[in-house]
Ligand binder design. Sequence first.
Ligand SMILES: [Mg+2]
Length: 353
Amino acid sequence: VTPTRTAQISITVEPLPLKTAHPFAISYGTTDIHQNLLVKLHYKDLVGLGEAAPAKYHAETLETAEAALKILSHAEVLGDDPFAIAEVSRRMDNVVAGNSSAKAAIEMAMHDLSGKIASLPTYKMLGLSGHLQPITDFTIGMASLDLIEKKTEEALAAGYKILKVKQGTVNDREIIKRVRKVAKDIPIRVDANGAWSPKQAIEMAKFLADQGVQFIEQPLPKFAPVEDFRLVREHSPIPIFADESVCKSIDVARLAGAIDGVVVKLAKTGGLLEALRVIHTARAHSMQVMFGGMIESSIGVTAALQLQSLCDHLDMDGALLLAHDPYVGARYDDGYMRLSDLPGLGVVARVGA
Ligand SMILES: [Mg+2]
């Protein structure tokens, strides 16, 4: 498995438009077509796959991701060693700031490529188990109250065992009551996507605790002061997680003591290596870890799931929300996301896609 240092790594970038089965609404807006980008790294006769899922609320668009990938495609950035992932990562940070989803696409493709060269799944390359994974939740987006009730019924009928409910409307309490009316016993968590003030968040936390909700994700806006998070945490009967407010490991350290857990996403960390640092930093501060994703194909979802044995909660339903997933990777199996034993990320194009 020693790579010869003669071949360069080259790259191609293609559009990867994805359509969700239903319009997906969160507090930032509604959309049903997601313009992601497919990254292929070519090395000898092998191809490593990666996916960029740019989102406005992470300060990226399709256009900025495309522009970033152009710069990141330079031979001096990608180099000639498919195993030197940390080096490629550092060179990417040196030539372009931010643009984490674009960097994540290249970084996950590097993991895929190196795993294929070594004939090992990426999680094994990282010294991890493919098992011991938590059950994933399924997200109920914003909708009319009747539609929310219907979506909850459908989710239960489909066998989902944990629900995540989007909040940040004028109907937040009513939404939870409608979900609870149908889903009486199963665990529920909520995501406010930054929609509440500290006062609202504290009031909602008490109400949600009474409704048997497990924890609250991102009650306050992305750039809310640390002291506001601390205040909400002190008055909340249930744990407070940060998603948008935590991108890199340095953000975990900044919010230490003010939150109970962090949501890790490759589109924020810029790849698996920084995701590992986020997890370890969170553990060092006795925080819980949830893994989440974007609306993305099985490439992005399966890349993140390589680290699932390290987290407490999984919110990895991004590919399950799609009308059509052009790739096959981790498979949903009675609540679990099962990784394959194929080398690299273990993702292949869906036959007939
Ligand atoms: Mg979230």
